[in-house]
Design a protein around this ligand. Structure first.
Ligand code: EPU
Length: 338
């Protein structure tokens, strides 16, 4: 068991892709359900407030020090639970690296997860956040989520009970924050079911046979060309979610901005790309002290080196205000502020 109780000032630098320096009182990994149950029984959660952290690819530390226990799942493994001629059902440890799981799917000839290639983070957090890209959301693949609560109570949530929506789930609700992710069960197809109609995905695959490997490679190529690599420049992917507005309001704003793109949500609502709004508001590529709006994708805020959470908040606030002043549309962070 990795337990940094002795250190008292445990650095969280390697636990956030934004590359922000912050410290915690304690950091603990659990490698199995039994180990976590033991920790709960031994009173681990009683001494201090605690926070369940994944790979830290969607958090922003806004304080220099947390007198908290950070708890991280290190439950690994991909186990086939059921298989027939058409589908496979797998149980995956919440601490598996998401993209390694996607690679496993591609290697084994399991279809469905390939569009979610190269998304940073771990399997447990993917199910909390409902990660999505290029026309696929992880909720489309999830059968159920196995959890443990703060009292050691085990519960399996079927996908239909998880409250999934665009970048959200039941697990993001304030009263669900202390829930531990144990395993996520996925259903993948043994036959091609490619979704290639988002952006330029199909174009990238124009020549030759379309295979799982090629789709994964194309998605990785598109992401690498637009999104900054956190190992090189600290960031948390999309900083904002795309705002969902009424079609009526969209039509009204479009009179002044006829180029404004949108995606259909339902009969009365559309989703507008926040990146477009930010770019039109003049912030793409702009710097503010040690932080900047990425010059390749305006939805991403980057740490240019040595930034604090407060620096990121200042930039986020300026960007939100600029978008509001120009379009009268509120944009909200996707990143979780701590
Ligand atoms: N656009 C701009 N300026 C930019 C970038 C994009 O105007 O700098 C406009 C273009 O019109 C483009 C549209 O925005 O057609 C959509 O851009 P993109 O396809 O890059 O998608 P997005 O809506 O900006 C979402 C996800 C990304 C995901 C992509 C691709 C959210 C919050 N973000 O971004 O997710 O990779 O779609 O599916 O929904 C992440 O969550 O970290 C992430 C990167």
């Amino acid at each position: 068991m990795k337990d940094h109780f002795q250190t008292i000032m445990y650095s969280l630098l390697s636990h956030n892709t934004f590359g922000i320096e912050a410290y915690a009182a304690r950091f603990v990994d659990y490698h199995s359900e039994e180990e976590l149950k033991r920790m709960v029984k031994d009173g681990l959660l009683q001494k201090r407030p605690y926070f369940c952290i994944g790979a830290g690819s969607n958090v922003l530390f806004t304080h220099p020090y947390y007198d908290w226990t950070f708890i991280h799942s290190a439950i690994r493994g991909v186990e086939v639970m059921h298989e027939d001629a058409d589908h496979v059902e797998v149980r995956v440890g919440s601490g598996e690296v998401w993209d390694e799981f996607v690679q496993t799917c591609v290697d084994r000839g399991w279809y469905g997860a390939e569009n979610l290639s190269l998304i940073p983070g771990e399997v447990g957090a993917a199910a909390v956040q409902n990660i999505g890209a290029y026309g696929v959301e992880v909720k489309d693949l999830i059968i159920s989520v196995e959890t443990l609560d703060r009292k050691g109570g085990r519960r399996i949530y079927e996908a239909s009970e998880c409250g999934y929506g665009y970048r959200t789930s039941l697990f993001k609700r304030a009263d669900m924050k202390g829930l531990f992710m144990l395993y996520v069960n996925f259903r993948l197809s043994k036959h091609p079911c490619f979704k290639l109609d988002y952006g330029n995905v199909r174009q990238e695959l124009a020549e030759g046979e379309i295979t799982l490997e090629r789709v994964r490679k194309a998605i990785i190529g598109i992401r690498r060309s637009k999104l900054p690599d956190p190992a090189v420049q600290g960031n948390a992917g999309s900083f904002f979610v795309n705002p969902v507005i009424s079609r009526m309001y969209y039509e009204a704003v479009r009179v002044a901005y006829p180029q404004m793109p949108c995606y259909e949500m339902d009969a009365g609502r559309v989703k507008v790309p926040a990146a477009w709004l930010i770019e039109q508001a003049g912030w793409k590529g702009c710097k503010l002290g040690p932080v900047a709006v990425h010059d390749g994708q305006a939805l991403v805020l980057v740490n240019r080196g040595g930034a604090t959470g407060a620096d990121v908040l200042r930039l986020a606030d300026a960007v939100q205000k600029a978008v509001w002043n120009k379009f009268g549309i509120e944009i909200h962070p996707e990143v979780n502020f701590l």
